[in-house]
Design a protein around this ligand. Structure first.
Ligand SMILES: NC(=O)c1ccc[n+]([C@@H]2O[C@H](COP(=O)([O-])OP(=O)(O)OC[C@H]3O[C@@H](n4cnc5c(N)ncnc54)[C@H](O)[C@@H]3O)[C@@H](O)[C@H]2O)c1
Length: 261
């Protein structure tokens, strides 16, 4: 990866949670930051916190909106310089029992979690390729992108992000652009409440909320995740993990998959 202090990073979902943790880790290394989010209040807090450390610009952006994505990319590059580090991180955790799946729920899950990532790639990758100055893309998937559970909406989007990232890494290997995929285990963020606010029809049900919140609270902090991401980028790692909770399930999956051939 390139010299940190020369870089500009664009982070979707950068106002809070994992995106903010990544922003903090990059700010410490002198990276100039463009933070994009639908949550204006979170953006304002992030800007206030990080502006004393590094130049920060914030942009209201819904990652589903392609025209807005291009316009925000133009403004970010005018103000900060060329974006060389792209973090497609914005996401929600839509939940629906299999008996309550519907097209609107599928569309929401795919539009935010998958098309939002593709829109980031399609906005910035041609610019990076044209400039020929290299770069690094980091897409946020999940442990649920490596091992399935019964939440088909979330798992579908996150497996797709892992596949997209692995394929892009191969496709870009001759272009000086690295690709990594962040596959977090539980991270202590407000994603459950933020998803409920985005669309209550896909929120974790009240009966499971306390236990799921406790599970996330017991996970990594956003600052730890930010440092893990920077370390993994420096090492040009493909997969970035935030813990090893997933190991037994992944071993089981890989063994069963190989045995089935
Ligand atoms: N927290 C965890 O335990 C965990 C585990 C695995 C994966 N992840 C993934 O990490 C990523 C970040 O999640 P987080 O836990 O930091 O959640 P978070 O809710 O704290 O942060 C996500 C941010 O994305 C923003 N966002 C949501 N929809 C958006 C849209 N359409 N356009 C622009 N911004 C949008 C939200 O406003 C929020 O600021 C997500 O992709 C999530 O799936 C989180």
């Amino acid at each position: 990866m390139r010299e940190w202090s020369e870089s500009v990073a664009f982070i979707t979902g950068g106002g809070q949670g994992i995106g903010l943790g990544i922003a903090r880790a990059l700010a410490k290394r002198g990276v100039r930051l463009a933070l994009a989010d639908i949550d204006e209040a979170a953006l304002a807090r992030g800007r206030e916190e990080l502006s004393p450390v590094t130049p920060v610009e914030t942009f209201h952006l819904d990652v589903r909106d392609r025209a807005a994505f291009a316009a925000v990319a133009d403004r970010a590059e005018e103000r900060l310089g060329h974006v060389g580090l792209l973090f497609n991180n914005a996401g929600i955790v839509p939940v629906a029992p299999v008996t309550e799946l519907s097209y609107p729920k599928w569309d929401l899950a795919l539009d935010v979690n998958l098309t939002g990532v593709i829109n980031g790639v399609q906005t910035f990758l041609p610019r990076m390729l044209d400039r020929g100055a290299g770069g690094h893309l980091v897409n946020t998937a999940s442990g649920a992108g490596l091992v399935a559970d019964a939440n088909v909406l979330y798992v579908t989007t996150k497996f797709a992000i892992v596949g997209l990232s692995e394929s892009l890494r191969q496709a870009l290997s001759g272009h000086g652009i690295d690709v990594s995929v962040l596959c977090p285990g539980p991270v202590d963020t407000g994603i459950l409440q933020n998803t409920r606010a985005a669309d209550p029809s896909v929120a974790v049900p009240d009966s499971a909320l306390a236990a799921t919140e406790a599970f996330l609270r017991g996970g990594a902090s956003i600052d730890d995740v930010g440092e893990m991401v920077v370390a993994a980028m420096t090492a040009r790692a493909m997969w970035i993990h935030t813990g090893d909770l997933i190991r037994p399930a992944l071993q089981q999956r890989m063994a069963a998959l190989l045995a089935s051939i």
